[in-house]
Design a protein around this ligand. Structure first.
Ligand code: WTA
Length: 665
């Protein structure tokens, strides 16, 4: 198990110097869904707390027990209860909210669509009937690889309507990544689109999907949504257009009954090995958790217009574009493209156009907006905003303050929400009507959630200290297992600090954190070999394998270095084979190679060629040193190295490269 990063103390000192506090205004608190701190006391008896919250959603039949933890760490929530999540998200709204808008869709080129709850219900039913006609049954896996268009949430819901399990693969991933995820899940059907719009360009998703599916024996059918109406190859008998499929389908479809514990979806995420993990989520507990947190962290009211800028390819989109908001009968905006198309004010234009009341985005985006300057938000009326949120990475106090002043105009509580693909929903976050916020802190665990900070031995660290962030008891939206790999699930998340002999189970999140004397949590980033680039989790090993896959590469080491905009940036160190020469052309080729193998989000920001990598005498690559080099810090102890002078040479090369890159900019 890796040590805490050595530099984390420095970061936290800087953060904990942050003395500013922001109490909710009395007028905000007065109207808030939750305005009394007594909710935290209620949450202490977490089982009865979550039992009460279960009334938020529709059940076909009730549970025999709220939580079964007897087979820990495999949890069951709302044991034996039956439901179909789409009945909570759609059917039950028809009578009271049938004509209410579920989604305002804003296409990148400027086209728009509006779907009311009734329209969404009918679309989902048609597609569910269509999928069933292709042979999809309860329990089957459906892979989804699309751009951010309305058919994407429709696809998730149609899968859920049939009791199938969806596995969404982010549209920015490569064919290879898609192929591996389809094969791991043994998906029967793939849903994709002809092309996606991104930054004014057409992304050939169907083409990528075709090369993936060539090597996916489980795929029987490919459904293609026409987004740009581009000419795409359609394989006879395998491929069918979405519009052809649903043309003759009924818009009514009885939902399939599922058990509270049936899997709703799998979502792959990077871990400490090269192989992505299929995080498996349940049905009942997941919906209770996302519905409760969405309603109360964002303080959602019936006439609000909520906008989460995440892609549905990530967990944030699953929980806070699709399931949470729809369960709450909320109106959401979905935007297809990038924030700077056609200009750098697109997000602010959208907020003003739809009168968005809650806005949820990532620190990387906020730092980018800061760099672009205030003239872009100033072009638009942002006065509709009431609550603004962030997720995905730690937000530095400077960006927090900018967000507060420039976007929130000093009147919108900021909710800095800490959670993970694995946790399913928000875990540590302010409640905007209750919590006094501090810039850079995600504040305290939500009611019904147990979190602590522990040292290497698993002992709770007193207030004011730092260590590993752990979750101390089960919660409804928790991952249930890693798909097809329960042992890996047990070991990865519960192996480090649990004491099975005492029946004490502690979830290790992989993050370092400190707690100040008020008990506020300050997240410090990952303590394992997972990088967080613009809020996207990428494992160092995945990038290393992609590099080594190139014929010129003998060995590679990858680290995440701090970056002012993206949080971390990928820094690679590469040893080339025999007589291959490391030049600028090869460097670009390697970056592209990683983009093709994994996806553009994994393309290294810098690559340094080196004759050797710094290794311990036992042959372990010293990543800590490489991180020091990348961040141009004074080098740490090299005495345990087998090849100490290598380090100086690499440091020099990295330095030269950095200055040559700087002069090019
Ligand atoms: C990081 C995204 C600090 C953290 C929902 C976590 C954060 C990982 C925050 C999960 C936050 C997420 N402050 N760090 N508010 N939110 N993280 O699975 O390292 O894509 O472990 O889920 O992002 O990333 P994931």
């Amino acid at each position: 198990m890796p040590e805490m990063p050595e530099d984390s103390g420095v970061t936290i000192e800087a953060l904990m110097d942050e003395q500013r506090t922001f109490a909710p205004s009395p007028s905000f608190s007065a109207q808030a869904n939750i305005s009394s701190p007594s909710i935290y006391e209620e949450g202490e008896d977490y089982v009865s707390f979550w039992e009460k919250q279960a009334d938020r959603i529709s059940w076909r039949s009730p549970w025999s027990k709220v939580l079964d933890w007897s087979n820990a760490p495999f949890a069951k929530w709302y044991v034996d209860a039956k439901l179909n999540v789409t009945e909570s998200c759609l059917d039950r709204h028809l009578e009271t909210k049938g004509d209410k808008v579920a989604f305002y869709f804003e296409g990148e080129p400027g086209d728009t669509r509006t779907l009311t709850y009734r329209e969404l219900y009918h679309e989902v039913n048609k597609f569910a009937n269509g999928l069933e006609s292709l042979g999809v049954q309860k329990g089957d896996r459906i892979a989804i690889y699309m751009g951010m268009i309305p058919e994407l949430p429709i696809a998730l819901l149609a899968s859920a309507r049939l009791g199938a399990t969806h596995s969404v693969v982010f549209g920015g991933f490569s064919s290879d990544s898609l192929r591996d995820r389809i094969n791991d899940a043994e998906a029967k059907v793939l849903i994709t689109c002809d092309e996606a719009w991104r930054n004014g360009n057409r992304i050939a998703l169907k083409e990528y999907a075709d090369s993936a599916v060539e090597e996916c024996p489980s795929i029987e059918k490919v459904v293609v949504v026409a987004r740009t109406n581009a000419e795409v190859a359609m394989a006879d008998g395998r491929d069918i257009f979405y519009h052809d499929l649903i043309a003759t389908m009924s818009d009514e479809k009885e939902a399939t009954e599922t058990d509270s514990e049936d899997p709703l979806f799998i979502l792959y995420t990077s871990g400490t090995t090269g192989r992505p993990k299929g995080i498996q989520h349940s049905t009942g507990g997941y919906l209770v958790g996302t519905s409760f947190t969405h309603a109360n962290v964002f303080d959602i009211k019936d006439d609000d217009i909520y906008w989460c800028t995440a892609d549905i390819g990530w967990v944030t989109g699953h929980s806070y574009i699709v399931y949470g908001p729809l369960a709450n009968g909320c109106t959401s905006v979905i935007y297809e493209g990038v924030p700077n198309f056609p200009d750098k004010d697109r997000f602010w234009d959208i907020i003003a156009k739809y009168k968005v009341t809650q806005f949820y985005t990532a620190p990387t985006a906020i730092r980018t907006f800061m760099k672009w300057g205030t003239e872009f938000p100033e072009r638009h009326d942002l006065s509709s905003l009431k609550v603004i949120g962030t997720v995905g990475e730690p937000i530095n106090p400077e960006a927090w303050i900018w967000y507060n002043e420039t976007i929130g105009k000093g009147t919108c509580p900021i909710v800095d929400t800490w959670w993970q693909t694995e946790t399913g929903h928000i875990m540590i976050s302010p409640l905007p009507g209750v919590t006094t916020t501090k810039p850079g802190s995600a504040t305290v665990p939500l009611p019904g959630i147990g979190a602590d900070i522990v040292d290497d031995e698993g002992h709770s660290v007193p207030l004011g200290g730092g260590g590993y962030l752990v979750l101390t008891h089960p919660w409804p939206g928790m991952l249930r297992t890693i798909y097809k790999d329960p042992e890996r699930f047990k070991e990865t998340y519960w192996g480090r600090f649990s004491k099975p002999e005492e029946n004490k189970w502690v979830y290790f999140a992989g993050d370092g954190a400190k707690r100040d004397t008020d008990g506020y949590f300050w997240l410090l980033g990952r303590v394992d070999d997972v990088m967080n680039v613009s809020g996207h989790r990428i494992s160092t090993l995945e990038v290393e394998s992609a590099l080594v896959d190139h014929h010129a590469v003998a060995e590679a080491a990858v680290v995440g270095r701090n970056d002012a905009i993206t949080g971390q940036a990928i820094a690679a160190f590469v040893t080339l084979k025999g007589n291959v020469e490391g030049n600028e052309m090869l460097l670009q080729e390697l970056r592209e190679h990683v983009a093709t193998k994994i996806g553009k989000i994994a393309r290294p920001a810098s690559i340094v060629f080196t004759d050797e990598l710094p290794k311990t005498r036992s042959g372990k690559i010293m990543r800590r040193l490489l991180r020091d080099i990348s961040e141009q810090r004074k080098l740490g102890d090299v005495t345990t190295l087998a090849n100490a002078d290598v380090v100086r040479e690499i440091a020099e090369r990295a330095q030269n490269q950095a200055s040559s890159q700087a002069s090019q900019e």
